[in-house]
Design a binder for this molecule. Sequence first.
Ligand SMILES: Cc1cc2nc3c(=O)[nH]c(=O)nc-3n(C[C@H](O)[C@H](O)[C@H](O)COP(=O)(O)OP(=O)(O)OC[C@H]3O[C@@H](n4cnc5c(N)ncnc54)[C@H](O)[C@@H]3O)c2cc1C
Ligand code: SF4
Length: 333
Amino acid sequence: MRLPYFYYREPITIEEAFSIMEEHHGGARVLAGGTDLIPLMKYGLETPSIIVSLRNLTDFKGIEAGDKEVFVGAMTSLADLSSSSVIRSNFPALHEAVGSVGAPPLRNVATVGGNIRQNSRCLYYNQSKTWRLEKPPCRKAGGDVCHAVPKGKKCFSVYCGDLAPALIALGGSVVVKAKNRERIIPLWDIFTGDGLTPFALAGDELIAGVTLPIPGKESGSSYVKMRVRPAVDYPLVSAAASVALDGEGRITKTDLVLGAAGPKPVVVEAGQFLAGKTIDTVSFDALNELLHKGTQMANNLVLSGSYRRKMLPVVAGKAIRAAIRSITGKENA
Ligand SMILES: Cc1cc2nc3c(=O)[nH]c(=O)nc-3n(C[C@H](O)[C@H](O)[C@H](O)COP(=O)(O)OP(=O)(O)OC[C@H]3O[C@@H](n4cnc5c(N)ncnc54)[C@H](O)[C@@H]3O)c2cc1C
Ligand code: SF4
């Protein structure tokens, strides 16, 4: 499959990148590792006339650990994130999430910013032009039907990024920069929940990186991902959990976020429900109802929506137990 023609610029400073973006009135697309954008362009699903590569922007690269928080630059490769001892020791959920993205060659070029900002996916959309010609174009492809949810009025394509659920569960904020402004917002706030335009980012804005508060000693976290082939696949459902315990092993705080459960990560309000429970007394069947709130499990990934829905308590339960184990080291949890 061939790439369409496009102009290509490779700025060496962030100021130059913003100037080029300004010249093109928000119509330029930025390229990080290209592992999401380039396949979409080959399928004719993205057709930018100009690509601005971020590869030289050293300001956006690297992991900086302060006393209270860690900053991860958007252009940090997933391989570097995965091998960071700061990340492994402080943020097990993020370490596990990044290690589960695709396969090692992909992680060598794929970046943190690109992973967060990857487009949502659907079985009926992420296909070659020839395959898509078999059906009328769906909403995301510019038409007015949805093949996954025929009576649906919006696009239910699924946000399949592995990092975002973990980053959100860990209290991550995203640093968003434009030419003359910067904002730091909870990562969850950049998601719209609409598969057509999944991100609340303006055309002139870039993700500069993510900040994570360093958790206390009594906190732990974990990321659990369900997929068909363990070596390479996107999540079909995933859960990131971050918990804190008191001295007697009772849960005092829970942050639970589901991935691949709709067009944006889903934050589960499980804190009150799990408060005071221990690893031996927590029941995930009872959590079931809470887990379904806010999820949109359409039949648009390789496993059916109903099966993926049934797996929610399984992945969430595993993530919470593993998060507790990461604090206590309890073997039989
Ligand atoms: C075979 C295969 C398997 C994959 N498996 C997984 C998987 O298991 N889990 C998973 O999460 N992903 C998976 N991916 C998707 C993709 O590889 C990753 O999400 C990757 O991290 C994307 O990063 P990138 O740097 O290559 O992004 P790019 O393709 O360069 O960019 C992706 C999007 O983000 C935008 N962007 C990039 N950087 C910035 C920035 N700093 N600010 C604003 N916008 C930006 C780009 O304009 C583009 O729209 C897979 C891809 C392939 C091809
Ligand atoms: S969910 Fe519907 S509108 Fe969205 S990409 Fe899939 S088929 Fe298209």
